[in-house]
Every structure is written in structure tokens, then in C-alpha cells.
Design a binder for this molecule. Structure first.
Ligand SMILES: Nc1nc2c(ncn2[C@@H]2O[C@H](COP(=O)(O)OP(=O)(O)O)[C@@H](O)[C@H]2O)c(=O)[nH]1
Ligand SMILES: [Mg+2]
Length: 321
């Protein structure tokens, strides 16, 4: 899906220039983490000493501080130790590549085979303030400008005042149409209209914004279930992607909230926003390991172009660059 959704046709590869631009954005998003805790981790491995238990203790402490989470940290440290033993690595300096390889693996364990459909229906969920609407604008702009896709947005967050207007403002900037019914309207009616419009207007990608009230979990569950049923009545294979948006700056708490969402709806993929706003960045590992879904996109800033396709190798490299 990833390749096809963000591609110029069946499996069209990215150009060299596009790949470089993506890496620059990932570098930009991890600048704080790189000069902070991951910089300290890099320093741990910068000496040419024999490996001792102290190295693993220090590594464990720094990974936990970097928001990797206790369980994922222990998993990573144990796997790294094993990998060092298997490969006969005895010097601290050489252990860094072993750690990096295990870090990449955490993400790759979650890879999901691509789906392709037209219209491709993307349902975006997550708590208020996570960055859903901003991310939708970024995706819409990228799909339209870079890949020439016919994109339609649906303003199904009808709960909060100004939510619809916010999406309309972004849609205008991205130059894509948006289906709305205004504040207080039935989100199901918005989704119904949007699906009909997507089918009638030969839309490639329909992106649906939703409300994120977590305090009423049963309501949320019922509402998301209802939206899904409305979509499925017209497009049985949809939604093709249920994207959970998680704010990186909320740390372990964000992971807990995300788990709550997983109980309300079948999440297929994750977007991590505001990575640029945290010096920790280790939260991405905790998310991939705990949520058990692939990270698809990352938010690298507040501008409409501040979006990167997640690439596990580029991400891990950028943390230690
Ligand atoms: N620094 C930064 N800010 C972001 C990013 N994504 C969203 N934001 C900000 O987070 C706030 C909430 O975003 P919004 O899209 O309205 O969240 P929603 O309630 O989930 O729809 C806004 O002030 C955005 O500008 C990001 O990747 N980086
Ligand atoms: Mg919103």
C-alpha cells in the first residue's frame, strides 16, 4: 500500500532525490534526540574497551530515559548482548552496530503486506491534539502534489468547535476538496456523503478525520464501529487503513492511550507526530513493540510539508549519526 499509495503507478520506486529528501526530514525530526539521549548512547560506544556489564547497565538506563520503555529496553539490551555473543563481538566500539541492527528489527517485525484499492479509504483516529488533522493535511498535499492523486477529505470530527473549519483551512492550502456538515452534525452522515462522493467522483484516496474523545470509551467505540459499518456498506473491503496517530511528546502515557484506542477500533498502522518536539525519540520503539503495528508516517514539524514516510533503517541511522 505504502509504495502504491505513495507511488506513480504499480510499485514505482522512489527517485534518488525523493529518498534523500525523506532522509533529511527524518534527520531534522531526530535532531533533538540525536544531540540528547541518543548522543549519550553514541558516546557510550565511542570507547575501545572490552565489553563489561557496566556497558549494558548504562545502556539500559539511557534507553529507559529516552522513552523506550522498560520492557522494550530489556528486550533490546538482551537481544544486543546475544547478537554480540553470536558474532564474537568483544569490544564496546563494535557493539554499537549490534544495537542498531536490533533496533531496526523492532520495526521490521511489524511490516504489513501492502493493500491497494480505489478509492483507498483511510480512517484516521487518535486522542484530541495528537495531530490528526495536521497529518491529514500533510498526507493530502503530498498525495496530490507529488503523486497526482485525486484526494477527498471528510470532516467527521463534528464534536469540537472549529474542528471542521480547521480541516477546511488545511484542505484549501493543500488544494483538495472536503466534505463537511458542520459542528454538531452526525459524523456518520458526513462519512456517508464522503463515501458516495468518492465513488461518484473517481477519487483515489478518501481520508476521514474523526473525533478523539477518550473519556467516553464506549461511545467512541460505538461511534467508530458505526463509521466503519457505513463505509463497508458501500465499499466492503474498506477502510483499507485505520491509522492511529500518536503524539511523541506524550511519552509512555501516549502509548497507554494508544492501547485504549486499540480496544475501540482495529488499528492497522501508526503515525508518530511531533517527533521534532522531543529529545527522547525512543518512544518510536515502545510504540512499535507495544502496539504491534507498523509505523507508517512521522510528523517532523508544523508545516504542511513536514511529513516523512517512516524508514526504520534511516530512522535508526539518524539517531546515531
Ligand atoms: N511540532 C509539531 N507540531 C505538530 C505536529 N503535528 C501536529 N502538530 C501540532 O499539534 C497541534 C494539534 O494538532 P491537530 O492536528 O489539531 O490535532 P488533532 O486534535 O489530533 O486533530 C497543532 O498545534 C499542530 O500544529 C508535528 O509533527 N510537529
Ligand atoms: Mg483535529
Amino acid at each position: 500500500m505504502f509504495r502504491r499509495l505513495f507511488g506513480r503507478g504499480q510499485d514505482a520506486p522512489r527517485t534518488e532525490e525523493e529518498a534523500q529528501q525523506e532522509e533529511q526530514k527524518i534527520d531534522q525530526a531526530t535532531a533533538k534526540a540525536r544531540s540528547g539521549l541518543f548522543g549519550q548512547i553514541s558516546n557510550l560506544f565511542a570507547v575501545d574497551d572490552p565489553i563489561t556489564e557496566e556497558l549494558w547497565d548504562d545502556l539500559e538506563m539511557l534507553l529507559i530515559q529516552a522513552d523506550v520503555g522498560v520492557e522494550t529496553t530489556q528486550y533490546l539490551v538482551n537481544r544486543t548482548k546475544d547478537r554480540c555473543n553470536r558474532n564474537g563481538v568483544k569490544r564496546v566500539r563494535e557493539a554499537k552496530d549490534m544495537l542498531k541492527a536490533e533496533m531496526v528489527r523492532v520495526f521490521q517485525d511489524q511490516v504489513r503486506p501492502p493493500a491497494s484499492a480505489q478509492p483507498y479509504v483511510l480512517l484516521v483516529v487518535g486522542v484530541n491534539g495528537a495531530g490528526k488533522t495536521t497529518l491529514i493535511a500533510k498526507l493530502a498535499q503530498r498525495l496530490k502534489i507529488q503523486f497526482g492523486k485525486n484526494v477527498l477529505l471528510a470532516a467527521a470530527d463534528t464534536f469540537r468547535a472549529a474542528a471542521t473549519e480547521q480541516l477546511e483551512t488545511w484542505a484549501e492550502r493543500a488544494g483538495v476538496p472536503v466534505i463537511t456538515r458542520g459542528q454538531g452534525a452526525d459524523p456518520g452522515a458526513v462519512v456517508y456523503d464522503a463515501v458516495e462522493a468518492a465513488l461518484a467522483q473517481n477519487v483515489d484516496v478518501l481520508i476521514i478525520d474523526t473525533a478523539g474523545r477518550l473519556h467516553a470509551k464506549t461511545n467512541l467505540m460505538r461511534e467508530l464501529e458505526k463509521l466503519r459499518n457505513i463505509i463497508r456498506r458501500r465499499i466492503p473491503s474498506a477502510p483499507h487503513e485505520v491509522l492511529l496517530v500518536i503524539d511523541a511528546t506524550t511519552g509512555q502515557n501516549g502509548v497507554l492511550q494508544a492501547k485504549s484506542f486499540m480496544q475501540a477500533v482495529d488499528v492497522t498502522d501508526v503515525a508518530v507526530t511531533k517527533l521534532d518536539g522531543t529529545a527522547k525519540g525512543g518512544i518510536a520503539f515502545a510504540i512499535a513493540q507495544d502496539i504491534e503495528r507498523p509505523i507508517r508516517y512521522i510528523g517532523t514539524g508544523e508545516k504542511i510539508t513536514d511529513l516523512a514516510m517512516f524508514d526504520s533503517q534511516a530512522f535508526v541511522d539518524s539517531l546515531f549519526a
